[in-house]
Write a protein that binds this ligand. Structure first.
Ligand SMILES: [Zn+2]
Length: 286
């Protein structure tokens, strides 16, 4: 389930290992992969192009080409990009092979088959990326933005931070970890957060995503980098899929799992209270 840190890691690998190479030809093994343009045009426009850059926007992996086109991957749940060699050739769940110069191949593999790719010109790319919210690890992302954008909303906080138009790149794993760190119940309504809670949420977003990047991503099940290595951040998770285990804050409670906004959600009901502190909590309990 590649989120910001996992896509950031893959981007770094592509910059190191693939940028500068030419794509001799593209081989589409699962036509459902290609959202735009047609498969025929996709293959035609990728023949003989050079890879000039790689970047990330939210959870999109963007491979820049010397034609001005960009190859935009959404790796969704199980998408893996694997460079052969050095990785041994994968045999199953293949969706796309990019045949590179020098006898190397970049395989797109996804046993969940949810990965999608688009080949976009500059205008199409801009249109695709423009609705996305700010990048949370960039300088311009500030606590005031969060409070002003969400402070009037009555929606639950977890679905709001998963909304890519609000904050780019947060997915289900990091959202649960962020809310645990900020001591916010995932069902808290955004308009009940105090200034201190907005600051805690902001800090937790930055710290958790930065730690995920530092640890080269989280491998709960399928995530791998371009050299087929798992990430390490799974060793640092406190609540995600830890239901039934004691709360890491040693509050005496245990981590629970419930659906919030349709997503499996992990939290400590002792540390993450549904109501804010003070007057509001007393009113809700009354
Ligand atoms: Zn707790």
């Amino acid at each position: 389930m590649p989120e910001l840190p996992e896509v950031e890691t893959i981007k770094g690998d592509l910059r190191e290992l693939v940028v500068g190479s030419s794509i001799e030809r593209a081989e589409v093994l699962d036509p459902a992969l290609v959202e735009q343009p047609s498969v025929e045009e996709f293959v035609h426009r990728l023949a003989g192009v050079r890879v000039t850059g790689a970047r990330r926007r939210a959870k999109h992996l963007i491979v820049e080409l010397d034609t001005g086109d960009s190859l935009v991957f959404q790796l969704k749940i199980g998408g893996q990009l694997l460079l052969v060699p050095p990785v041994e050739e994968p045999r199953t769940a293949l969706m796309l092979v990019l045949h590179l110069d020098g006898g190397r191949r970049l395989f797109l593999r996804d046993q969940t088959e949810f990965t999608r790719v688009r080949l976009l010109d500059a205008g199409e790319l801009e249109a695709r990326l423009s609705p996305l919210g700010p990048e949370p690890l960039e300088e311009g992302f500030a606590v005031e933005y969060l409070r002003e954008t969400l402070g009037g909303r009555k929606a639950q906080i977890k679905p709001l931070i998963l909304d890519q138009k609000v904050v780019a790149g947060v997915g289900n794993i990091y959202a649960d970890e962020i809310l645990f760190d900020a001591r916010l119940h995932p069902r808290r309504k955004a308009n009940t957060l105090s200034d201190a809670e907005w600051r805690a949420l902001y800090g937790a977003i930055r710290e958790n995503l930065a730690a995920g990047v530092e640890h080269r991503g989280t491998t709960v099940r399928l995530y791998r980098d371009v050299l087929n290595r798992p990430g390490e951040h799974q060793n640092y998770l406190r609540v995600f899929e830890k239901h039934g285990e004691p709360c890491p804050h040693a509050c005496g409670g245990e981590v629970v799992r419930e659906k919030v906004g349709g997503r499996p959600t992990h939290f400590c009901p002792g540390c993450q209270r549904l109501s804010g502190g003070g007057e509001e909590q007393r009113l809700t309990l009354a």
